[in-house]
Unconditional design. Structure first.
Length: 160
């Protein structure tokens, strides 16, 4: 199987509530606190078999919205898996003033051989202005033989 794609998706949940700056969504860790926020999105989900959507970032009042949580992707290839593109379940940036970033989603990969020079990620989205960043999501790669020279990472973006 040869993968060359990008995946993002809307998640569920939210970070902190109304205030000067709203908090980021949690998933692989806690979301970043927005200005004057005492709480943020809490960590959840399995690190061994990640299958959860990311959480949306916090927002103030309607119609303002926080960053979208990342999607979820599960790939099971019986023999060879080549990743030369970008496989991403990253959270989105805060979409309104002072909103929080969405947390990264989940990427689960199981195969016998993995190869390629692509990127696998589930990073958190940046908060807007005084909003907190979303936490990183979760990535799990299970393989027997590794020929992969690309990058697999999750990134938490802190913004205040």
């Amino acid at each position: 199987m040869h993968i060359y794609c990008v995946l993002t998706g809307e998640g569920t949940g939210h970070g902190g509530g109304p205030g000067i700056g709203c908090s980021g969504g949690g998933h692989g860790g806690g979301g970043g606190n927005g200005t004057d926020q005492k709480r943020s999105g809490a960590p959840f989900g399995s690190y061994l078999q990640p299958k959860s959507f990311g959480c949306d970032g916090g927002n103030s009042t309607f119609p303002y919205v926080g960053g979208a949580g990342g999607g979820r992707l599960s790939i099971e290839a019986s023999d060879w898996l080549t990743i030369d593109g970008r496989v991403s379940a990253s959270g989105g940036r805060g979409r309104s003033p002072h909103s929080g970033g969405g947390s990264g989603g989940s990427v689960f990969v199981r195969t016998r051989h993995i190869t390629g020079a692509g990127v696998v990620e589930a990073s958190g989205g940046d908060g807007d202005s005084r909003g907190g960043g979303g936490s990183a999501g979760r990535v799990a790669l299970y393989y027997v033989y590794d020929f992969f020279v690309g990058k697999s990472f999750v990134v938490f973006i802190y913004n205040k």
